[in-house]
Design a protein around this ligand. Sequence first.
Ligand SMILES: Nc1nc2c(ncn2[C@@H]2O[C@H](COP(=O)(O)OP(=O)(O)OP(=O)(O)O)[C@@H](O)[C@H]2O)c(=O)[nH]1
Ligand SMILES: [Mg+2]
Length: 339
Amino acid sequence: MSLFDRITGKSPESQTGPETAASQPEAPKKGIFGRFKQGLQKTAQLLNTDIRDLFKQEGALVDDDFLTELFAILIRTDMGAGPAATIRDQVKTDFRGRVVQMNEVLAVIKVKLRELMEQPEVPIEFAASGPTVVMVVGVNGSGKTTSIAKLATMFKQQGKSVVLGAGDTFRAAAVQQLTIWAERIGAEIVTGATNSDPASVAHRAVARALETSADVCILDTAGRLQTQTSLMQELSKIRRVMTKQIDDAPHEVLLVLDATAGQNGISQAKGFSEAAGCTGIVLAKLDGTAKGGVVVPIRQQFELPVKYIGVGEQAEDLALFNADEFVDALFAEASSDSA
Ligand SMILES: Nc1nc2c(ncn2[C@@H]2O[C@H](COP(=O)(O)OP(=O)(O)OP(=O)(O)O)[C@@H](O)[C@H]2O)c(=O)[nH]1
Ligand SMILES: [Mg+2]
């Protein structure tokens, strides 16, 4: 079984990556908690196994060693030293010198974690009239194109019509990747020649969305670093082109972050979010990491809500971020079936 199979519990037959396309049967739909659980399995495993190890059947004495060990476990989820210390200190305040059961400690950890990552659910905000224009940005390989496929799938499921713009004109393969997804999803796609101006693709994509009265227009962009000044300026040019056509476009600029990059990789994207005028975050690849705690520093460092999380490579592996469900999934046991 591949790593992916083990993470998702899906049989190879039920996988429908872009290459294997339309003839495959749809994978059974998971509820929202199921998706969180699936995506957070690795982090949940770390938390559950390691925290469980701290306890014997009769409970555990909350002493300095216990607190140090608990701190180390929390740090391993990449939540950062500050938040891990906050949680440890709460456990210390509540239980120091007492023998306690695991569930008592877990309850305190969960309450604190919820506080640390609290935010309301923030789905894409649709324009009052006309197409809603969404631009998707981020560093190379963070999961932009796949997240666009997932968002488009979600919109189609909501009965909306979607135009995709293949604004990553650097690589022919990037256009091809989005084209395959578009065919599979049933979305129209606007492309440009390799190395052509992405702003021109953006212009044509928005024009097409207006022409066809599409509900949503999503523009892919090439991966870039905040330090690449000319590439960052290119993003501004793309924005201007869109605004010329629709006053308040782009309505959303989503920054796609790679959860497997860990805390350092993510703090690099902070300047990016400001430079590109981002409105929200999509945290991709949470299923590939035990560092699901990284949502905590993201919530603390960015002035942006986490809108969606990516929990797999398939079109339906996207979930609206909900802090409470997220924390529950972090501590869900692998055996309990809540999908
Ligand atoms: N496991 C997992 N893999 C993901 C997820 N999102 C994207 N990927 C994989 O990550 C890799 C890169 O994804 P892309 O969507 O191509 O990333 P990108 O940001 O468009 O990359 P560039 O266009 O090269 O900058 C692909 O192999 C995707 O299948 C996710 O949520 N979970
Ligand atoms: Mg891409």
